[in-house]
Design a protein around this ligand. Structure first.
Ligand code: SF4
Ligand SMILES: [Zn+2]
Ligand SMILES: [Zn+2]
Length: 298
């Protein structure tokens, strides 16, 4: 297998693009895909400060490195979820990349905020992932506001977004479909713009890039990820991709052309208020995170 550009030995072949690249040209390809996503969807401009949410996994660490090398003004934030060994290890991976990039990440500890995901999930009879999602969104928004950063970037890749889209289509969750753009505008000074610059790249493509760049990332899954329906959807899409290369790309990126049809179906949210506890945006008197936190207080 030879590189399409220089005919050197290829390190990756991509059936969906019907091509193969050597190490050097794969790097160029990867950066081009991120830059194109940023341009096509109007994700970032060079003046904006970007909070990159890093978990210690490959996607977010790759995103941080690429945005940093592309010259964007990045700050990384790691949220310590308080998941024992898993959190300790993932934080270490974030610091390893931070050292290579000569950057200091912001660390937000849920424990220091008096919050415990598992205790809250138990008290509210909600899945851990649902409570975790509320806590993470709260930390993204709050940290971006406090640090004066206009954009929050996450490392969701094409597989993540295509599987989420499949789940939303199968249940016709039009409210969620309306939000499946890789860029969501800011709703107020407390709610930054949200962007996903890796949406043109598959999980495998990100993993190969991480390997070639020597990025040290956590291989273990979060201990509470087991049984997530997104894994089933990813497996189904992988089978389709195997038979019909390019399916994931056509499904998710093709959907973007039809996104506006779903915006009108978005559920009415009511009036945006200010949380009386923390001052962040909320559609109720108290925001979702402060309500969860309040339930845990003795
Ligand atoms: S898998 Fe783990 S990190 Fe991800 S949302 Fe669920 S609990 Fe949070
Ligand atoms: Zn080459
Ligand atoms: Zn609040």
């Amino acid at each position: 297998m030879r590189c399409r550009m220089c005919k050197e030995r290829a390190v990756i072949s991509m059936r969906r693009h019907n091509t193969a690249f050597c190490r050097l040209h794969y790097r160029e390809f990867f950066f081009r895909q991120v830059s194109r996503a940023i341009q096509e969807f109007g994700m970032l401009n060079p003046q904006e400060g970007v909070l990159v949410c890093v978990s210690g996994g490959k996607d977010s660490l790759v995103l941080w490195k690429v945005l940093h090398e592309l010259g964007y003004k990045t700050r990384a934030m790691y949220i310590d979820l308080g998941f024992g060994e898993y959190s300790l290890l993932s934080k270490q991976k974030v610091f390893n990349t931070a050292k290579k990039l000569s950057q200091e990440p912001i660390v937000v500890s849920l424990k220091d905020m008096g919050f415990d995901i598992l205790a809250s999930a138990k008290a509210k009879h909600r899945p851990a992932c649902s409570v975790c999602g509320t806590a993470k969104r709260y930390c993204f928004n709050r940290t971006a506001f406090e640090e004066g950063l206009q954009v929050v970037a996450t490392g969701h890749n094409l597989d993540d977004e295509a599987s989420r889209l499949l789940g939303n289509v199968l249940r016709w969750q039009t409210h969620y479909l309306a939000k499946q753009s890789p860029v969501l505008p800011s709703e107020s000074e407390h709610t930054p713009k949200k962007v996903k610059p890796l949406v043109k790249l598959t999980e495998r493509e990100v993993a190969v890039f991480a390997f070639l760049e020597g990025i040290d990332y956590i291989l273990e899954e979060c201990p509470y990820a087991k049984g997530a329906t997104s894994i089933t959807y990813k497996l189904l899409l992988a089978q389709l991709e195997e038979k019909m290369p390019g399916t994931k790309h056509a499904f998710y990126l093709g959907f973007q052309e039809h996104l506006s049809k779903f915006s009108l179906a978005e559920a009415p949210k009511g009036e945006l208020k200010t949380c009386k506890v923390c001052g962040q945006d909320s559609f109720e008197e108290t925001c979702g995170f402060c309500r969860l936190l309040g339930q845990l207080s003795p």
